[in-house]
Design a protein around this ligand. Structure first.
Ligand code: GLN
Length: 473
């Protein structure tokens, strides 16, 4: 039987495997062939994983973002400073996938240390959007998103600090779930900003994301920030939204810079939610959008500057050759190893944490973060979930924002507030604008994944978006 990796969902692949209609080897071979055919132009992968002989697992294979450790398989976080680094152990999320029988197809591209929104900050060259090869796939999990959209993986692991799962999912026309902070282990995940980092699933359908989330979630004794889920993961079946209370925060839906085509597509999805039985109401999150981005760009770099101090040329990765003394060794190893964006953030973050400025910058940002959290908590007294665009724009052309860091940061304007509040969020494709996918963001209170997945599934079914990129149909 011929396997069309562009349209095959992970769930359908599981069914075919279970019925004995295909073997794990045939499935892995189909992805290897698709990768050989299309990845030279998409560049979703930095390197291949298990050989497609079917012996590394009997399940549906998965792509893994390259900031997630894979035992015996180079893991660089798309940085030169980690070139050649081969982890001695699997991250817990990878171990869980392996325990579920999933072979690892390969390691996907990202912005260096997950800092960026387009994968253009990768030290190994950008990935391209399968819908239009002259455009970015989003980021930082752009390689994972491009792999799924391009039929190069049935599903993938992404990581999200301020939008890195939801935003690339939106730009590539797939589904991405950023889970509640603390539900998925970060053990073995290269740290960026530890109070924000989360791992989550990316796939073609909401049900696929639910199936993968079920594998990933739950307490891990190696990560003390994880908790036991309050209820087991349910695989969504809902086709109505009867009685679901949905809020539409005006600041997230009318923010400056939202493209008219994105707005129109999201408005149509909101109208559809209403016709499926939901109670839809306009609401407000006044401070979250106004202060979210500024607050994030103090907290995330501050934490990054501390996390990245371990790359010193002594214990990990790149070491400068023939330094004249120890401090020159540190200095040159870091200068040679880090790209422009991590350097910028190390400097900003170190400044924000320095004596005399700590309270004015980092401390103040933490207080604003509490306001953002409280504002969301209040909204969730009235609503089950909040709807908005995921990204203000569709996928932008390669190079369009690389010269202007602020223009790049604005890509996450709508995803950052809920990330700051530690909340789960789902992005589903809701239509096209100028031939490119638009993402609908559905945010809920802590541990509301099951409900978000139900809402997402009901909408996805009614929207009937075709996830195969038009130019590949
Ligand atoms: N684009 C945001 C940043 O550059 C978010 C990245 C992420 O979530 N890892 O920090």
């Amino acid at each position: 039987m011929t396997i069309d990796t562009l349209s095959l969902t992970a769930e359908a692949a599981q069914t075919l495997l279970g019925a004995g209609e295909i073997t794990a080897g045939e499935l892995a071979r189909a992805y290897a062939d698709a990768i050989a055919e299309r990845d030279p132009e998409i560049h979703a992968y930095l390197r291949q994983g298990d050989s497609p002989d079917g012996e590394s697992g009997e399940g549906v294979p998965i792509a893994v973002k390259d900031c997630i450790s894979t035992k015996g398989l180079e893991t660089t976080a798309a940085s030169k400073i980690l070139a050649g680094y081969v982890p001695l152990y699997d991250a817990t999320v990878v171990e869980r996938c392996r325990d579920a029988g999933m072979p690892v197809l390969g390691k996907t591209n990202l912005d260096e240390f997950a800092m960026g929104s387009s994968t253009e900050n990768s030290a190994y060259g950008p990935s391209r959007n399968p819908w239009d090869l002259d455009r970015v796939p989003g980021g930082s999990s752009g390689g994972s998103a491009a792999a799924v959209a391009g039929g190069l993986a049935p599903w993938a692991l992404g990581s999200d600090t301020g939008g890195s799962i939801k935003q690339p999912a939106a730009l590539c026309g797939i589904v991405g779930l950023r889970p509640t902070y603390g539900t998925v282990s970060r053990y073995g995940v290269i740290a960026f900003a530890s109070s924000l980092d989360q791992v989550g699933p990316m796939a073609k359908t909401v049900r696929d994301c639910a199936l993968l989330y079920e594998v990933l979630a739950g307490r891990d004794r190696n990560d003390s920030t994880t908790v036991e889920l309050p209820e087991p993961v349910t695989i969504p079946t809902a086709d109505s939204l009867n009685g679901v209370r949905l809020g539409v925060p005006k600041e997230l839906n009318d923010a400056e810079g939202i493209e008219p085509g994105v707005k129109a597509s999201v408005e149509a999805a909101i109208t559809l939610a209403d016709s499926l039985g939901a109670d839809v109401e306009e609401t407000s999150l006044p401070r979250s959008v106004e202060y979210g981005l500024a607050c994030y760009y103090l907290i995330a770099p501050a934490e990054a500057s501390a996390n990245l101090s371990r790359y010193d040329g002594v214990r990990y990765g790149h070491r400068a050759s023939e330094p004249s003394d120890l401090s020159e060794m540190y200095e040159r190893s870091r200068w040679e190893g880090f790209g422009a964006e991590p350097r910028r953030r190390i400097m900003l973050g170190t400044y924000a944490l320095s004596a005399g400025y700590y309270d004015a910058f980092y401390g103040q940002a933490q207080r604003v973060r509490t306001l953002i959290r409280n504002e969301h908590a209040e909204a969730f007294e009235r609503y089950d979930a909040l709807l908005s665009p995921t990204s203000p724009t569709v996928a932008f052309p390669l190079g369009a924002r690389t010269a202007d860091p602020i223009a790049m940061y604005v890509a996450d304007l709508l995803t950052i507030p809920s990330c700051m509040a530690g909340l789960p969020g789902l992005s589903i494709p809701c239509g096209l604008s100028e031939g490119l996918p638009v993402g609908l963001q559905i945010v809920g209170p802590q541990f509301s994944e099951n409900r978000l997945l139900q809402i997402g599934h009901a909408l996805e079914t009614a929207l009937a978006f075709d996830v195969v990129p038009e130019r590949l149909r």
